[in-house]
Design a protein around this ligand. Sequence first.
Ligand SMILES: [Zn+2]
Ligand SMILES: [Zn+2]
Length: 224
Amino acid sequence: MKWFSRVAAWLRAYGRGHNFTCDICGREVFGGERICAACRAALPVISLGCPVCGRRVGEPGVCAACKQRRPVADMVRSRFVHEGEARRLIWRFKRGEKYLARTLAEEMAPLLRAFPGADALVPVPMTARAKRRRGYDQALALAQELSEQSKIPLVCAVEKRRETAPQKSLTRREREKNLEGCFAVTDRKAVRGKRVVIVDDTYTTGATVDELAAVLRRAGAAAV
Ligand SMILES: [Zn+2]
Ligand SMILES: [Zn+2]
């Protein structure tokens, strides 16, 4: 049965490099794309975003939220609004469909043009316990794929030291308190003087990225 395992191995290798069906609707696709044209047209891509926080805006310029309070990070970019098929993709990605990391990273990759000269991709870390519960670390999976595609080094120089309460029901102040001190830089040399891009699957209130950006700044990051 040696030939059989050889064929099986070849098929697996071929399958990894080639995509046959759309990751959203499951219809056949050609030319290696992961999302078919019809599904792509329905994705809520942010074509006009706030130059600071990256959220969708109706007219060019800094959004009202950023005029009141700037994020701690220099700049944030998101590919999609968290709604419709984009929301469903993220939901599936967080619930076991790890292979979607590649699809999502391909979607995110063009955003890196907004960060010329970036030295490092730093995924938002999760605690070891949360990782065991979920089976994998989705921000890390995205950052790995993005690093492979962009050749910007993946730098895992931060750890999450404790669990934090779900942010949803908390006020801004409570969120900040909740996150205070939860991240720690484990490798300062990897961060000092570097232009760092934080990678995560979802950007909601920005409190998590704010806290992580502050920690990276204190460790000497040149830009976040
Ligand atoms: Zn489709
Ligand atoms: Zn903004």
